[in-house]
Design a protein around this ligand. Sequence first.
Ligand SMILES: Cc1cc2nc3c(=O)[nH]c(=O)nc-3n(C[C@H](O)[C@H](O)[C@H](O)COP(=O)(O)OP(=O)(O)OC[C@H]3O[C@@H](n4cnc5c(N)ncnc54)[C@H](O)[C@@H]3O)c2cc1C
Length: 393
Amino acid sequence: MDLRYSDEDRAFRARAREWLAANVPKEPRPATGHAASQFDRDWQKKLFEGGWAGVAWPKEYGGLGLSGLQQVIWYEELSRVHAPAQHVSTTYVAQMHAGPTLIARGTEEQKAFHLRRILSGESLWCQGFSEPGAGSDLAALRTSGRVEGDEIVVNGAKMWTTDAMHADFMELLIRTDPDSKRHKGLTWLAFDMTTPGIEIKPIRTMLMDEHVNTVFFDEVRVPISAVVGEINQGWSTAMATLSFERGLGFIADQLELFEKVGRAIELAKETKGPDGRPVLEDVEVARKLAAIKAETLAIRAMTLADITETDRTGMPGPKGSMMKLKVTATHKALIKLVSDILGWQFFEFDGDRDNNPWTHDFLWSWVFSIAGGSNEIQREITADRVLELPRSR
Ligand SMILES: Cc1cc2nc3c(=O)[nH]c(=O)nc-3n(C[C@H](O)[C@H](O)[C@H](O)COP(=O)(O)OP(=O)(O)OC[C@H]3O[C@@H](n4cnc5c(N)ncnc54)[C@H](O)[C@@H]3O)c2cc1C
């Protein structure tokens, strides 16, 4: 494996850096509400018009047709200039997994309708997979779809749907065969959020925000043309979606983690311990920070290896689960160490990330290890599909 950047990669980085220096928004992103989603749409439109949307998407679907490694270079450059971050943007689901799922499994009509809208920021998407009682055990889902002629009539509820209130479309996973069990009989729909019969109710989280929701469906009529993949074969489409989500989907979090490690080292230099000396001079603190930094470098190497493998195979494999696990676990260890460095001040939180960034990150570290599949589930996938260990049951 050759992990050096090619001349082409370096030239791409230089072009990206130059464009971002001139174009990255000067004003901060509004934290919530319509203003935040409008900001995200505008930034995505600017990327599209500037020729920077869909770096690794095929040219025929409006992307740049470049490698996964160049996609990572692009994210690194975005992170370097603190450009609006993909992982907290309302464009996240559309860019990171709905679009890639449509490219992999959609019909040419679906691709023609959706992909340019996604790249230009015209369409925002949300993910309607989890339900009350079907999170880790996604195959237990019960939201039903009754096939009537050329329509599917949907009833049920989805839970924890991030940014449902801003989305134009939903990746909706339902059970279309009432006699089916578990993974069989499911269908993946590109669901139009303006369809009559849905109700969105926000859930207030411990982060004191309301970006996740419950979405109720009452006799909602969806055209069969919205099915992505085959009817009753939605599990396979959903697995493609999750592999994109757990593959490059966490790259922005990973880059943010590298930056936070740097900030934590500075914090340990600036903060005085009970003996009046910088906390960084405490050997135990320095050792833990060094171990965390080494972990982040290992994560980066693993990511680059996985991405070059995906470039060869065309689809991300199960190693994304391992990366997600390592990023979230290292993030948790870092925040725990920062709480030791800061002591009691750490526990102040008024709901504003800017006022108490580390406390916000502490709360976020719990969310981060659950959303997109909990760490226990990522461990199971890693054991089963990456390491191919024998099953215990
Ligand atoms: C902030 C946030 C945003 C989210 N956004 C979305 C979204 O937009 N769309 C969407 O569809 N979903 C979303 N989710 C849902 C997320 O995917 C689920 O919360 C997650 O998969 C866990 O499911 P659950 O909450 O039902 O917990 P459960 O599945 O009930 O799990 C509870 C605990 O049991 C553990 N556990 C469960 N099964 C096993 C097992 N087999 N072995 C070992 N331990 C196990 C879990 O790890 C967890 O610690 C979001 C979640 C959060 C917190």
